[in-house]
Write a protein that binds this ligand. Structure first.
Ligand SMILES: CC(C)(COP(=O)(O)OP(=O)(O)OC[C@H]1O[C@@H](n2cnc3c(N)ncnc32)[C@H](O)[C@@H]1OP(=O)(O)O)[C@@H](O)C(=O)NCCC(=O)NCCS
Length: 183
């Protein structure tokens, strides 16, 4: 299937909402779609990267990366968080989620981003270079229960950060609500 990845444009909003609601279900999906809209308008989320996957020009997947800071870090680090990622159920398990992640990471690296965080399924995100962030001394914005600690993950896009920088991740105001951190 011919899948293209491109940056979001303004007229994509409703199509993205449809994909997110299909992927996450009506209730959670609408909440997550609203979160995306709020993040796009949130100055503290900038710079952000919002990408869609299209099949025959229809939007079938979406990923958002938004800016984070690291409180009390030894130096300023350019960092971002991947959230959320959605692929329409009819298009899942065909590598589209992976394509969105990889294209996002390539673009972020080219833009000089040094660290990328994610809170998600460890088996899935490990395939794309993420590993446990807690043991690398990066605290999540809210404590992650010990049984899910492996879900808090990071990867560096520029070598030499991990092991030299530590601190608490502070995300955009919109994402900085405890309900988004109950993995
Ligand atoms: C998670 C999601 C984005 C993956 O998209 P996708 O295009 O199907 O992903 P890919 O094709 O790149 O990878 C599919 C693989 O990931 C696995 N996978 C999917 N969701 C997973 C999860 N939550 N935990 C572990 N593995 C998962 C699939 O089983 C599949 O494994 P396989 O290749 O061994 O069969 C998609 O399933 C989705 O939108 N899910 C609902 C929303 C969600 O949970 N988003 C992620 C949290 S923000």
């Amino acid at each position: 299937m011919d899948i293209q990845i491109r940056k979001v444009i303004g007229s994509d909003e409703q199509d993205i909402t449809n994909v997110v609601v299909s992927a996450f279900g009506d209730e959670e999906g609408q909440e997550i779609a609203d979160l995306i809209t709020a993040l796009l308008a949130d100055p503290s989320a900038q710079p952000l990267l919002s990408l869609v996957a299209t099949a025959h020009e229809n939007i079938v997947g979406h990923v958002l990366f938004s800016n984070v800071c690291i409180k009390n870090a030894q130096r300023v680090v350019s960092a971002t968080i991947l959230a959320p990622l959605s692929v329409h159920p009819e298009y899942q398990k065909q590598g589209i989620g992976g394509r969105l992640i990889e294209e996002g990471l390539n673009r972020l690296k080219a833009a000089g981003v040094e660290l990328v965080f994610v809170l998600g399924h460890p088996d899935y995100y490990a395939k794309y270079g993420f590993s446990s962030a807690g043991i690398k001394a990066f605290d999540a914005p809210y404590p992650i229960p010990p049984q899910n600690s492996e879900a808090w993950m990071v990867q560096e896009l520029r070598p030499g950060i991990i092991g030299h920088v530590r601190g608490q991740v502070v995300c955009a105001d919109t994402l900085n609500e405890e309900k988004y951190w109950q993995e």
